[in-house]
Each structure stands twice: as C-alpha cells, then as structure tokens.
Design a protein around this ligand. Structure first.
Ligand code: SF4
Length: 428
C-alpha cells in the first residue's frame, strides 16, 4: 500500500521501528504547511500563531498576507489523527509555506490534513486557552506576554525578542529573530521587544488562577553580548527567574534557554529557581558551528561551549541539562554535509559525547526562514530526520536515560512537543 507518497512508504519499510506518525510529523515540519480558506460559518475557536520567538515560517509575512487571510489566522499547532492509516494523535508546529504539498483543507466544515489534495487524516487546532481573554493592566494581551505552546503545556516567555548577535558576521545563519521582530513591527503588530516583569507576573497570576493545563515555563530571549538595562545576560534573565520563582514557587517547572554559562553563573540560575537548563549548541560539527553560529564561536567558542555544558551538569544534575541542536542545518549548502548518513553520523558523535555523561540533547527541526542569512536552501531529505530519530533513541536507550523532564508525556499518541518528533519516538 502506498502510504501518502513513495518516500514515506519506503522509509516506513526501511525503518519499521520508527512510528509512521513521527515520519509524517517530521516531513510536515521540514516542508511546512499550507492552508485552504476556511468555509463561512461558525468555526471552533482556536489559538492562532503568536510568533513567540522566531517566525517559524517559510515565507515572509508580506508574502503570506498576499496569499490570503487564512495565513494570517493560522493555528499555532495542529493535531492529526485517524484517517485511512488510523494514525495516533500527533501534534506539529505550524510553519506556513503556501508551496507545501501538505495542506489543511475543509470537508463538511471540518479541517483535514491533505497531501497533494488527498485527505488522509482528521485534525484539530491548538485549543484556545480561556485565560487569553483576560487583559493586563498595561492593556497588553496575555498572548503577547505569556503565550502557550505544546497544546497548552508550556508557557513561553521570550523576555528579549531581539538578539545582540548582530548581522551576518554574528547571527546564527538559520535564525530570523531580529528580522522577524522588524517584520512584526512593520506589519503594525503589538510585539514587545523587552517584556516587563510586572506584566509577566500579572499574566502568570491569571494563568495560575484560571488554568490547569500549563505545567512548565520557558524563559528565554536573544543573546546579550554586552548589557541590557545595565545588566549582563545572566543577571538580566535572573531577575525574571527569581521574581517568578519567589511568587509562584514550584507551581511550574522553570526552564531557561540561554547561553552556555560558567559554573558560577549556573549556580546563580539554579539558586534563582531554574530546574532545567538548555545551553543550546545548535550544531555538533566544530567547523560548521564556526560557520553557522559565528557569534557563538566569537564570544564563547565551540570547545568552551561544550566544556561549559558538561560542567553545568555538576550544578543542575545531568538529567536536567538538555541542550538543543537544530536538526538538519548541518546539511545547509554550500558548507554542510551533502550525504544524509555522514550528517547523521556527525550528529551521532555529539549525542554519544553528551548522553554517555547522562546529559540529554534534544532537537528542533530546522525551519528554512526566508529572512535568515541561509537563503534558498532545500529541505534536508526526510531520511535524515527518520535516521536521526532512530539514532537519538538508540543512543538514549544505550545509556538507559529516562525521558527528559519538562516535556510532558512521552510516546507516540501522547507527546506534545511540536517542533520535532523526538518525544514521539520514546518507548515506554
Ligand atoms: S543566539 Fe543565535 S539562534 Fe539564538 S537568538 Fe541569537 S542569533 Fe538566534
């Protein structure tokens, strides 16, 4: 039986241990998704894209607007399930791409997932959180200050919506944080550059009172290479972390996605209330790290970055150090690998290095954002992602590591992490 297309059918046979749902999810994440116009009439209310840090789109806002209103009101995440392949519920992050072969269409008012116009699964959109209706005293929307993701599990606090790695010689070459900020402002959207602690505490108080779905908070923002509001990066973010943990205690798991710090700064974060530390290394290959993350190379350096990750395990406990890498970006051309197996082998070395120390790297799926410096890139082959899922899980199982904390339930049909399928492939 042909499953959606020849590529997916072939990979499903070649990698039978990887759930079909995870293969489809990775394919949608690497290619993006398009939306047909919704029919007139009452629709279920859902949460639209909040542009919580990057654009995570494969077209600019201007291009999307020109394609139709449906792209301006797309959901943050979609859950697919059922259909002719009896798929288990699987959630993916929406990366808008009007040219994608994947599309959400509407049949009898209901949204269905299609590949080249053929519907193959039912869908639901990210639920609208009740607390989004509340307004803050400052007049700002909660969706601006404390948006939720992962089907409501995670509150994502991008405190600083810019990055002080600046321009081609410093910005990570796949990242559009600064350009996205500009396009959101140009489009006239409310898009707060630096969030006020007071707004955040007020938003969290409302969420605490009204919601029972959120379980974790991520505190993050762009890198601060000099100072922001007179503070260096770790002190700047620490003020927010301390204020949140003083007011709410352990109501939420608190995670920080920040630079790789020295141990003294890690200690301060831990004392401030951080439970999970994400010093993202982005790409394992040293030469590619230099080319693709020139700011991180210049201000810290590959070797020092990796050494700091290892040293941070003494502070947080290795199971709570979860550095991210951007899966697929090591195949960016012209500098990257052109062979899938060489690319995965390179990444495997990083997984071995960290997982042998009980540190658990996890990954997001590279989104080819048009405003990033890496331009006109093809998507890495789907086999890269399927093999990576296998290698990631094999390495995790080899070192008998538990499912990472702060991501909700693992396993196919249960995972809520939406920007890669690593949680979907964990076996119970
Ligand atoms: S450190 Fe790199 S990935 Fe992170 S916001 Fe700055 S440019 Fe983007």
């Amino acid at each position: 039986m042909n499953i959606i297309n020849d590529d997916i059918s072939h990979l499903h046979l070649k990698y039978p241990d990887i759930p079909l749902e995870a293969i489809i999810k990775q394919d949608i994440l690497r290619l993006g998704i398009s939306f047909a116009k919704a029919p007139q009439g009452p629709q279920n209310q859902y949460k639209t894209k909040d542009y919580f840090i990057f654009s995570f789109d494969m077209a600019t806002l201007d291009e999307l607007e020109a394609k139709g209103e449906q792209f301006m009101s797309a959901p943050e995440e979609v859950k697919f399930y059922g259909g002719e392949f009896d798929l288990k519920p699987t959630i993916f992050n929406v990366r808008l791409n009007p040219e994608s072969p994947y599309q959400i269409k509407f049949e009898d008012q209901k949204p269905v997932l299609c590949y080249q116009n053929r519907a193959f699964a039912d869908t639901e959109f990210h639920p609208y959180p009740e607390f989004y209706q509340s307004k803050l005293k400052s007049g700002k929307k909660i969706s601006q200050i404390a948006p939720v993701l992962e089907w409501g599990y995670l509150i994502y606090l991008t405190i600083f919506r810019l990055c002080q790695y600046w321009g081609r010689d410093e910005e990570c070459q796949y990242c559009d944080i600064n350009e996205n900020y500009r396009q959101q402002k140009k489009a006239g959207k409310e898009y707060t550059g630096v969030k006020d602690i007071e707004d955040i505490l007020e938003a969290l108080s409302i969420i605490e009172a009204k919601d029972s779905v959120t379980k974790a908070i991520t505190i993050t923002g762009g890198s601060i290479t000099s100072h922001l509001q007179g503070k260096k990066e770790s002190d700047f973010y620490l003020d927010y972390i301390s204020a949140i943990s003083e007011k709410f205690g352990k109501h939420w798991i608190i995670k920080a996605v920040v630079e790789a710090y020295e141990q003294e700064e890690c200690k301060k974060l831990k004392q401030g209330g951080i439970q999970i530390y994400h010093p993202n290394y982005e790409i394992w290959n040293q030469q590619l790290f230099k080319q693709i993350c020139p700011g991180k190379e210049r201000f810290v350096g590959w070797q020092e970055w990796m050494d700091r990750i290892v040293a941070s395990a003494d502070i947080f406990g290795p199971e709570n150090v979860i550095p991210n890498f951007v899966a697929g970006v090591e195949m960016a051309q012209p500098m990257g690998f052109s062979d899938v197996h060489e690319a995965v082998d390179s990444t495997r070395q990083g997984l071995e290095f960290f997982m042998s120390k009980s540190i658990m790297p996890r990954f997001t799926t590279w989104c080819r954002e048009p405003l990033a410096h890496l331009k006109d890139q093809s998507a890495p082959p789907l086999e890269y992602y399927v093999k990576l899922l296998l290698v990631w899980r094999d390495t995790m199982e080899k070192y008998q590591l538990p499912a990472p904390p702060g991501y909700g339930e693992p396993g196919v049909g249960k995972a809520v992490f939406s920007v890669s399928a690593f949680m979907d492939v964990i076996r119970s």
